[in-house]
Design a protein around this ligand. Structure first.
Ligand code: UD1
Length: 430
């Protein structure tokens, strides 16, 4: 067990390299189930969610070979069942992609309901309805296990009542080898939906329209292996951009697709931050005082809900009153209480938070409520005066590759410390 200790108040300066997109790569790794051939995926981030997914694939019979630090070769030829043991997936949100991929390959799948970050109720009714429209008979068993089966996965029209990244990806995975044509309407348009379509197409799939509201999938009989490079992580990049801004620093964020960053860049500009875009990098330079702004999270190309907590950490010490509205998840403000421990003045009313900017935050013992809230507390700690000690950092490791190791070269005074070290220190003192 470790915690992160930050001595804040130092402007970040320098360059940081962004890794592959967590939410894309988890879908890509699941998609390897659909080809009985070797797929090589580059730009894989070293994060615990990826390790869990690779472990699951290995346990199910895949040949998994890490190549260097950031590539992996996977061959799922010897998979022979759509069943995933419950204990492998129960705490892992992206396990739901195994449902779509296994169903797409075998016509049956049996997987436990996903866990993951707790933002309130996270239904998967749209996923299930999508599978049913492709011919699945779905049964809910004990221990939150979902089982589904069909004689023949068959394409058809799938209309989503809500825009869902997970349901869009899952139906793509299920439909790619179906008989006939699937048309997904009201599809999610996130960069990782497009990345998955590109990956599947390079395996021989026929998917058109990803990145728009309507995705058309002509089912093909077989998919072959391929080599593919994952897109850069929009949210990791945004997190470092906000960290640079919140500490009034100057940072080059390398290996990004600036187009994916537009909604985040727009809000930083509103706060008075200078943002310059290059081909595959972004330079961020921030003044000593930042300005208030209004944020409403929405499906892509709107402002991403996964950047909401990081911006709250920045706005907590900006001039004026900022308003943050959460438009995607029902309960994504629980971490605000942690910011108030650091001196932030924030009132939450349902899905709206009113942030009265204070002069500065103060270091404090806080905890990571979930993955992005954890990143927000790191940003708050970097910008605060004094020492912040952040616990429950396993959440951060799920989605950020070596966050401490990337911040130190930017000048941050930050380290990981084992909780047992701390106990030893305390007992030494007493
Ligand atoms: C994915 C991302 C997560 C991100 C989120 C929104 C992964 C592994 N996770 O989560 O990081 O925060 O997109 O960009 O890629 N909904 C339903 N029924 C469903 C599915 C969703 O009502 O069957 C609702 C959800 O409760 C939520 C909204 O739709 O209010 C969007 O959820 P969705 O896009 O599905 O998020 P996830 O795929 O869970």
């Amino acid at each position: 067990m470790e915690k992160i200790v930050v001595n804040g108040g130092i402007p970040l300066r320098g360059e940081v390299e962004i890794g592959g997109a967590k939410n894309a790569v988890l879908a890509l790794l699941s998609a390897t189930i659909l080809a009985k051939d070797t797929c090589r995926i580059d730009n894989i981030p070293n994060i615990s969610d990826v390790s869990i997914m690779l472990h699951i694939l290995h346990q199910l019979g895949a040949n998994v070979r890490r190549v260097g630090k950031n590539a992996v070769e996977i061959n799922t030829r010897y998979f022979n069942s759509g069943e995933v043991p419950h204990e492998l997936t129960k705490h892992f949100r992206a396990s739901y992609y195994l449902l779509g991929a296994l169903f797409g390959r075998f016509g049956h799948a049996r997987v436990a309901m996903p866990g993951g970050c707790d933002f309130g109720v996270r239904p998967i009714d749209q996923h299930i309805r999508g599978f049913e429209l492709l011919g699945a008979t779905v049964t809910f068993e004990e221990n939150a296990i979902i089982s589904m089966r069909t004689e023949q996965v068959t394409g058809g029209p799938v209309y989503f009542d809500v825009v869902s990244v997970g349901a869009t990806i899952n139906v793509m995975l299920a439909a790619v080898r179906a008989r006939g044509v699937t048309i997904i309407e009201n599809a999610a348009k996130e960069p990782h939906v497009v990345d998955l379509a590109n990956f599947l197409n390079s395996m021989g799939a026929d998917i058109r329209g990803a990145g728009t509201d309507i995705i058309k999938i002509h089912g093909v009989n077989d998919l072959h292996g391929c080599e593919y490079t994952t897109i850069p992580d929009q949210i990791e990049a945004g997190t470092y951009m906000v960290a640079a801004a919140a500490t009034h620093g100057e940072v080059f964020v390398r290996n990004v697709i600036p187009k994916h960053m537009e909604s985040i860049t727009a809000k930083l500009l509103e706060c008075g931050v200078m943002v310059k875009e290059y081909d595959d990098s972004i330079f961020v330079a921030a003044p000593n005082r930042l300005q208030r702004c209004k944020i409403k999270t929405m499906p892509h190309p709107g402002f991403p809900t996964d950047m909401q907590p990081q911006f709250a950490a920045l706005l907590a010490a900006a001039d004026g009153t900022s308003i943050i509205s959460e438009g995607i998840f029902e309960n994504r403000f629980r971490y605000m209480e942690q910011l108030t421990h650091m001196g932030a003045d924030i009132k939450v009313d349902g899905k709206v938070a009113i942030v009265e900017g204070v002069r500065f935050l103060r270091g404090a013992p806080v905890k990571a409520y979930d993955l992005r809230a954890g990143a927000a507390m790191v940003i708050a700690g970097l910008s605060a005066q004094g020492v912040t000690e952040l616990t429950d950092i396993d959440y951060i490791d799920r989605g950020y590759e070596d966050i401490v190791g990337k911040l130190i070269p930017l000048g941050a005074d930050i380290r990981r410390q084992s909780i047992s070290d701390i106990r030893t220190n305390v007992s030494n003192i007493s």
